[in-house]
Ligand binder design. Structure first.
Ligand SMILES: *Cc1c(COP(=O)(O)O)cnc(C)c1O
Length: 395
């Protein structure tokens, strides 16, 4: 490989040429089962006919005009997303980080309008919100922040999943105006909070007049077995951000707002050249249509059960597998030792997986996976982990 690209990524020694469903083919013609889907992006798998048709048809009609004009597909996607979520309005961006930037700006403006001069946003340890300056400042991972100081001010951090820690901040009367939290931490290690965590945050936000802002960039669009992860809790946030699965690989981000948060941004206070363009929105609409017509959200929930049962059986007697957890098709297998090598070992076996937080094997398979493909992932991961554990020592 030549070195004309900035060294921002530690890349695996493989280049893919083509995909179909849950499968990818590299430039040598070798086939791989994709259990990571470009990090929770291609929920419908690769080269889905509906996505292909949406891209091709829209490319032949109109790709870009500008947000100084009406955009029909953006309007339709706004209608779709608010219908599915119960939120009121949407701002479209091009990525997850950009969607979170919009959320952070909403929180700041909302605070200033309440007369709070130094509005702070409560964020979590081990969170991930993106790589722009504001979103990396919100992120709870020093590796993401190191070297980029001075960080953006105005974030207060507490441990994830610990509601008492949030309550304590509320009692100390800090200038908090919003809470920004992932329903399940993806990058942080597939961390699932206590079942009533979001409900408690909702109640507290109502009491305090804080905005409850959910980063559903990884958990949204059916990934957890509901269209949006917070729907497991029967609550609504004030702000929710989406990206990854929304475009199935075509870049798009969205920031949804409800109630008081809806009226905060006005003409001149935020915008994007590409955000909400006809092509990206057309694909977003095709993704939603497909998730609904093929019942894929319920399918994600059913597949999750199959994965859990399979992995529990495979690792039943293995004490070095310390936890198996899943929220839909966001699946984590935690080992008692760092296991990053497993990624390239799986690659050799023709399986794409990921390791996050050093010790957690993360799977983000497509929602269109068949039962047989599911069993193949379980079996391959089972063998890989067994071999890895017997050839290494706990740390
Ligand atoms: C991936 C991710 C982001 C960042 O999205 P980009 O499109 O890479 O900017 C933000 N939050 C969460 C929870 C994510 O998983």
């Amino acid at each position: 490989m030549s070195d004309t690209l900035m060294a921002t990524y530690r890349r695996l020694p493989v280049t893919f040429e083509r995909g179909e469903g849950a499968w990818l083919w590299d430039t040598e013609g070798k086939r791989y089962l994709d259990a990571i889907t470009g990090i929770a992006v291609c929920g419908l798998g690769h080269a889905h006919p509906a996505v292909k048709a949406a891209i091709c048809e829209q490319a032949g009609a109109l790709v870009h005009t500008s947000n100084i004009y009406g955009i029909q597909q953006q309007q339709i996607l706004g209608d779709n997303l608010t219908r599915l979520s119960g939120m009121d309005r949407v701002f479209f961006a091009n990525s997850g980080a950009e969607a979170n930037e919009a959320a952070i700006k909403i929180a700041r403006l909302y605070g200033h309008r309440k007369g709070i001069n130094n509005p702070a946003i409560l964020v979590m340890e081990n969170s991930f919100h993106g790589r722009t300056l504001a979103t990396l400042s919100a992120t709870g991972n020093r590796k993401v922040q190191a070297g980029f100081e001075p960080l953006v001010q105005g974030f207060v951090r507490v441990p994830f999943g610990d509601f008492d820690a949030i309550k304590e901040v509320a009692q100390n009367g800090a200038s908090v105006v919003a809470v920004l939290v992932e329903p399940v931490q993806g990058e942080g290690g597939v961390n699932i909070p206590p079942a009533d965590y979001l409900n408690s945050i909702r109640t507290l936000c109502d009491e305090q007049g804080w905005l409850m802002m959910l980063d559903e960039i990884q958990t949204g669009m059916g990934r957890t077995g509901r269209m949006f992860a917070h729907q497991h809790n029967g609550i609504l946030p004030d702000v929710m951000t989406l990206a990854k699965g929304l475009g199935n690989g075509v870049p798009i981000g969205a920031c949804l707002a409800k109630g008081a948060a809806t009226e905060v941004l006005g003409p001149g206070s935020h915008g994007s050249t590409f955000g909400g363009n006809p092509l990206a929105c057309r694909v977003g609409n095709a993704v939603i249509e497909t998730l609904e017509s093929e019942n894929l959200v319920a399918r994600a929930a059913a597949l999750s059960e199959r994965f859990l049962t399979g992995f529990q059986a495979a690792f039943q007697s293995n004490k070095s597998v310390t936890d198996i957890r899943a929220s839909g098709l966001l699946i984590g297998i935690e080992l008692d030792r760092p296991c990053t090598e497993l990624v390239s070992q799986a690659l050799n076996e023709g399986l794409l997986i990921n390791v996050t937080a050093d010790k957690v094997i993360r799977l983000l398979p497509p929602l269109i996976l068949t039962d047989q493909e599911t069993d193949q992932v379980i079996e391959t991961v089972g063998t890989l982990v067994d071999n890895f554990l017997s050839a290494s020592q706990p740390k």
